[in-house]
Design a protein around this ligand. Structure first.
Ligand code: FAD
Length: 419
């Protein structure tokens, strides 16, 4: 029997974990129908041992009762230990460099002084971003996220003033949560732009501002960015882009993350250091001379990413289909099929005689556009569904009550993907 095809996935949170399940449940079985002799092994390289359901962070930072840490941080092994060692390896490490000519990734295992070279046949990059505060993304040491949550739990009950930097959904949701659960705190939110939600359709930002000012009594300040901060016994003093300063008992940085691509060459990346793609199926573009055959990207680290978990529902099948098509062509010698549409007669025959293993075909990327839910506390907020205004009570019902926690289990176990 030939050696298994080695798939390396870098980054194990929303994108990477979702992809591993998708490959095992859907892509690999379909390729094995085409050629039963082919075997596959996936190595997931990631420094964290838990899956972080960061969507819940704005509620979890309030205290440990409303949304305990155990609800948003759960061991990866709970979802991945079902895969046998000959199929799957979870490696707790950071990717530190990539040699495209040798088709290897150098990884630094957590707690070890030495590095290891990991060969790949196919490679998926899903290393996401790192925010300044570990409240929103893992840092290399995941215990910093727990420590940041605990620090908030300790500080909020005595704080009289809170300053939040970041006018995206995370800053708005955090302001809304603190305002609801600590109504005595004076909260200021610095958007850092001309309006809230500057990367979303124009109507929603002013609506979010109006909701924050009216219902949560949050002061919203535009066009000033935080340039530096200094913690002292009296609180945190931030220096703003106009040279002025502002002091608050508690300062929360919710300004978004930097792409985790330090292990890649700069000419593989766009201006935000996200990974450039060469087509609509998330094949990595590279620099024109490096071997990027069988190298793919997904999640927040993708150039032009929507930076949402929701987009992965569309992106994961698309990027997995690119891998399947490339594998079938290169390793099995089968060209990609037409779009998988058997027609009525073909569908009926398939139901009677069973589906024939056809060649894999590319899945078009069709994300749900202009859709977002931004709760401002548990009772309301603002939202858009495909560009249409979403009523506040539905924002509360769908997201505000428990921050979509019901999505965590199917993500962790892979049950969200139906074969
Ligand atoms: C507070 C908050 C609320 C949100 N709410 C929503 C929402 O309501 N709806 C929605 O759709 N989206 C929401 N999002 C966005 C969503 O969470 C992200 O889009 C999603 O987490 C992106 O997943 P990812 O796997 O690409 O990146 P990440 O979740 O950032 O995961 C990256 C992984 O890569 C690992 N890693 C980093 N560097 C390396 C390396 N060098 N080598 C190996 N591994 C590495 C990290 O440890 C991590 O495990 C929210 C985000 C936040 C912060």
């Amino acid at each position: 029997m030939s050696a298994p095809h080695e798939i390396v996935v870098l980054g194990g949170n929303f994108a990477g974990v979702g992809l591993v399940h998708y490959l095992f449940k859907i892509t690999i079985p379909s390729l094995q129908k085409l050629d039963p002799a082919k075997t596959f092994h996936i190595t997931l390289v990631t420094p964290n041992t838990d899956l972080f359901f960061k969507i819940g962070s704005p509620r979890a930072l309030i205290n440990d009762k409303l949304m305990p840490e155990s609800k948003i941080l759960r061991p990866l092994s709970e979802g991945l230990s079902k895969y046998k060692p000959e199929q799957f390896t979870l490696t707790q490490a950071l990717a530190t460099s990539l040699d495209a000519s040798k088709r290897t990734v150098t990884i630094a295992p957590v707690g070890s002084e030495t590095t290891t070279e990991l060969p790949y046949d196919s490679l998926f990059i899903s290393t996401g971003t790192t925010s300044t505060s570990p409240l929103w993304t893992f840092h290399a040491d995941q215990s910093l996220t727990s420590a940041a949550l605990k620090s908030m739990h300790a500080s909020l009950p005595t704080a009289k003033t809170v300053l939040i930097a970041g006018g995206g959904a995370v800053g708005i949701e955090t302001a809304g949560e603190i305002a609801h659960f600590f109504p005595g705190i004076k909260i200021s939110l610095l958007s850092g732009a001309a309006r809230l939600l500057p990367n979303n359709p124009p109507a929603i930002g002013p609506r979010a501002q109006s909701y924050l000012e009216t219902h949560a009594k949050v002061e919203v300040i535009h066009k000033l960015r935080v340039e530096g901060s200094n913690v002292s016994e009296t609180g945190t003093t931030v220096t703003l882009s106009d040279g002025s300063t502002k002091t608050a008992d508690l300062y929360i940085d919710a300004t978004g993350g930097k792409a985790n691509t330090g292990f890649l060459k700069a000419d593989w990346l766009d201006g935000t250091k996200r990974v450039l793609t060469r087509d609509a199926y998330f094949r990595v573009k590279g620099n024109g001379s490096d071997d990027v055959e069988g190298v793919y990207v997904l999640g927040d680290v993708t150039a032009d990413s929507a930076n949402t978990a929701m987009v992965l529902d569309a992106q994961t099948p698309t990027v997995a289909s690119a891998f399947a098509v490339d594998f079938a062509r290169k390793v099995i010698g089968v060209e990609a099929g037409e779009k998988n549409n058997p027609g009525l007669l073909g569908g009926l025959l398939g139901m009677v005689f069973g589906k024939k293993a056809g060649p894999p075909s590319l899945v078009e990327f069709k994300p749900m556009k202009d859709t977002m839910l931004v709760p401002v506390g548990p009772d309301g907020g603002v939202g858009l569904i495909m560009g249409w205004r979403f009523p506040s009570f539905l924002v509360a019902k769908i997201k505000g009550k428990n921050y979509l926690l019901e999505m965590f289990e199917p993500l962790l176990t892979g049950d969200k993907w139906k074969a």
